[in-house]
Design a protein around this ligand. Structure first.
Ligand code: NIG
Ligand code: FE
Length: 407
């Protein structure tokens, strides 16, 4: 039990039962100035209120934290990452500087296949060690919920190794972790596409013992909407809801196939037409954009403002991976959203917290300041406002990060 007093601004307050925000709601967030917040012994938010009320006094037995005017907001939910990988792809970074595109690097046998070779040559313990370092880095930067994908094994044993490592991370970190089976990330070496798709379908029952979701890279040069549909149907037989990669390299039809299969999210969306907006309207699927990969690859940013203007919600995530977005700093994602996609800080906050929690199926337990939800919180240094976070995007700002009530 702990009581945080003298919070300059408590932002991200959402009524109980609101699981996502869409359209005009994206521009709203509950805010309380000069506030307190109490964390229950089980790590959930017990209550919060204004410093003028009598509850702003510690019980005598609880820890009291003086926020000294700092801002308190929900921790970031990173609903799309590939942080289990081995080594790095620095060589490709140089290729990219010298003018090669993501597709050209992949066509030369680099890219995802390069990470698969590295991963399959790395022991499970070493993979865990390298990956958990990235989780620590992300938590220090304010992330309190993380979705992690497989997809660098590209063979049954490699994929299972990744899923076991994700499980081990889940058991060893205080952040909330969800696992996604992305066997169809690229075609594994030595397979035809048809044989590989079948191999991943056959692996589904074993993968489903560890995974919460199923993902497919439905894009130009990777998997088609038909391949995707087959894999998603196999996933559904084992209770795996889709979260898919779509429309990064082309208008792939991935959004439509995702929506048709009840995807929780469709992610990337750098290339969309109005048909994608139409397909998403009225669905339960959260469009998720990954400005870190637009920035790193030099490809278009998603049309977030138009999506919101048309009444949709959006989520934002880091896509932390060695090939297209080698960083997991959600504050930088927020800055890119504001600077490059012209979202307001409040729209970006909703996209990085509640909507991202929705996109990983956890918005009933985290992603906002709501009584009964996990106390997954960021406490800033004194004097910070929401707008300053993406504005002075390199200035140290975090004082502590609470994961289920503990910092
Ligand atoms: O989300 N686009 C597909 N997958 C990842 C990149 C993976 C990689 O290059 O290693 C992404 O950008
Ligand atoms: Fe990705």
């Amino acid at each position: 039990m702990a009581l945080i007093l003298n919070i300059g601004e408590l932002v991200g307050i959402v009524p109980e039962g609101v699981l996502r925000k869409q359209g005009a709601e994206m521009s709203e967030t509950g805010t309380l100035r000069n506030a307190w917040l109490r964390i229950a012994p089980d790590g959930t938010i017990a209550d919060f209120g204004s410093m003028h009320t009598s509850e702003a006094i510690g019980s005598g037995t609880e820890e009291v934290i003086d926020a000294e005017g700092g801002l308190v907001m929900p921790g970031f939910c990173d609903s799309h990452t590939h942080i289990v990988y081995s080594g790095s792809r620095e060589g490709e970074f140089l290729d990219k500087i010298n003018g090669l595109s993501y597709e050209e690097i992949a066509a030369r046998g680099g890219g995802i296949l390069n990470s698969a070779d590295l991963l399959n040559a790395t022991s499970e313990d070493e993979l865990f060690r390298q990956s958990i370092e990235r989780v620590e880095e992300m938590m220090a930067a304010g992330t309190t919920a993380i979705e992690i994908k497989s997809g660098y094994g590209l063979c049954p044993e490699g994929e299972m190794k990744m899923l076991r490592v994700i499980q081990r991370i889940r058991e060893n970190v205080p952040a909330l972790v969800r696992a996604t089976f992305l066997g169809a990330h690229a075609i594994g070496r030595g397979y035809t596409k048809e044989a590989y798709v079948q191999e991943m379908i056959d692996l589904m029952p074993r993968a489903a013992e560890y995974a919460d979701f199923v993902d497919v890279f439905c894009d130009t040069g990777f998997f088609t909407p038909d391949d995707t549909a087959r894999i998603l149907e196999a996933g559904a037989r084992y209770g795996l809801r889709p979260k898919i990669h779509a429309n990064e390299l082309g208008v792939s039809g991935g959004v439509q196939v995702g929506v048709a299969h009840g995807a929780l999210s469709v992610d990337h969306l750098e290339q969309t037409t109005d048909a994608e907006i139409e397909a998403l309207t009225g669905s339960g699927t959260m469009p998720t954009m990954l400005p870190g990969s637009s920035f790193f690859l030099g490809i278009p940013f998603g049309r977030a403002k138009e999506f919101i203007a048309s009444g949709l919600g959006i989520a934002l995530a880091s896509d932390y991976n060695p090939g297209s977005s080698p960083m997991g700093d959600m504050r930088f994602v927020m800055a890119l959203a504001c600077i490059k996609m012209r979202l307001t800080p409040i729209q970006a906050l909703n996209a990085l917290t509640l909507n991202a929690a929705y996109a990983m199926g956890v918005s009933d337990v985290t992603g906002s300041i709501t009584r009964g939800k996990r106390a997954d919180l960021i406490l800033t240094r004194p004097g910070w406002t929401l707008t300053r976070i993406p504005y002075t995007y390199q200035t140290p700002w975090i004082r502590s990060v609470f994961k289920k009530g503990r910092s």
